[in-house]
Design a protein around this ligand. Structure first.
Ligand SMILES: NC(=O)c1ccc[n+]([C@@H]2O[C@H](COP(=O)([O-])OP(=O)(O)OC[C@H]3O[C@@H](n4cnc5c(N)ncnc54)[C@H](OP(=O)(O)O)[C@@H]3O)[C@@H](O)[C@H]2O)c1
Length: 283
């Protein structure tokens, strides 16, 4: 189940998940956009179930109602992707407090509401196939951006929220992990210009991201908890893999010393992502 599933990153993750055979629930405030995603998925012809519900993530009762209905129509949820987000740019002294509060509410309270509504309807039966709660964070956590006070504050806050949830529920069969992209060609970053084919080369296509979300839905990541994946950093790892001679990327065992020698700093900073790198080596 994906919040913010009507466009941008949520949309591309939704399409990719259905290609893998997942039944899926999508929510955002705009039914037209959700219906367009459903039509695109139906054109692919995978035969999966796609359930749509409108709701505002800042309103707990909307989320509670949506998740109860998702459960009725789809059964217990294996995974929830808390992805809905908002941003706004202005010098801090000019930032409207109501706009600041709106962004904090969507990006922090929205994730909390999503978790609170999802928790009772998630499938937490199996230690070997845990329920997955995945948050779309941002590289704004760590890479501070002037004029984005509310957005940066919200993306730091959501890291704190993940840390609490990951620790609080360690005894239950549920994990919490975060993907933090830098710049992606969506309405949030480029407004109406999103998808115009003119994006700067440093901006990713939303279609480049689902591989990371899919990893966090697979058995390979079952034991991972409270990970934050810096997407830009892992994109560089993928480049190293792409450029490595075949004999140096046949397995983790051969790739690991090659990687250490080629990119010692990156190998060090991605040490905790061994399972993800192994997955990327295979795909
Ligand atoms: N694009 C980037 O460069 C970038 C970089 C790093 C992280 N991210 C993160 O990626 C996530 C997805 O953003 P995106 O880039 O894909 O932007 P997007 O295309 O603008 O999509 C945002 C989605 O969130 C939904 N949403 C916004 N406010 C909502 C609310 N109050 N209640 C329910 N849904 C709401 C939107 O639908 P409605 O407006 O119809 O509700 C839309 O489906 C966000 O968390 C964002 O912070 C984006």
């Amino acid at each position: 189940m994906i919040t913010g599933g009507g466009r941008g990153i949520g949309r591309s993750v939704a399409v990719a998940c259905t290609k893998e055979g997942a039944n899926i629930g999508l929510t955002s405030r705009t039914m037209d956009e959700l219906e367009n995603v459903k039509k695109d998925i139906e054109k692919i012809g995978t035969g999966v179930k796609v359930v749509l519900k409108t709701g505002d993530v800042t309103n707990y009762s909307d989320m509670d109602k949506a998740f109860k209905e998702f459960q009725q129509e789809l059964g217990p949820l294996n995974a929830v992707i808390a992805n809905a987000g908002a941003s706004s740019k202005k010098e801090s002294h000019d930032f409207d407090p109501a706009e600041f509060a709106r962004i904090m509410n969507v990006n922090v309270l929205g994730v909390f509401n999503t978790f609170k509504a999802a928790y009772p309807v998630m499938n937490k039966e199996s230690k070997d196939d845990k329920a997955r709660f995945i948050i779309t964070g941002s590289a704004a956590y760590n890479a501070v951006m002037p004029k984005f006070a509310a957005y940066v504050a919200s993306k730091w806050a959501v890291v704190g929220l993940q840390k609490v949830l990951a620790l609080e529920y360690t005894k239950e069969n549920i994990s919490f992990n975060m993907l933090s992209p830098t710049m992606v060609d969506t309405r949030l970053l480029r407004g109406k210009k999103a998808g115009d084919g003119q994006k700067p080369p440093t901006v990713m296509d939303p279609e480049e991201l689902p591989i990371y979300y899919i990893f966090f839905l697979l058995p390979e990541s079952n034991k991972m908890n409270d990970t934050i994946v810096d997407v830009n950093e892992v994109q560089v790892v993928r480049k190293v893999i792409a450029e490595a001679p075949p004999e140096s990327k046949a397995s983790w065992e051969v790739f690991s010393p090659y990687f250490e020698q080629k990119e010692p700093g990156l190998a060090q900073s991605t040490r905790k992502l061994k399972r993800l790198i192994e997955f990327l080596l295979k795909h």
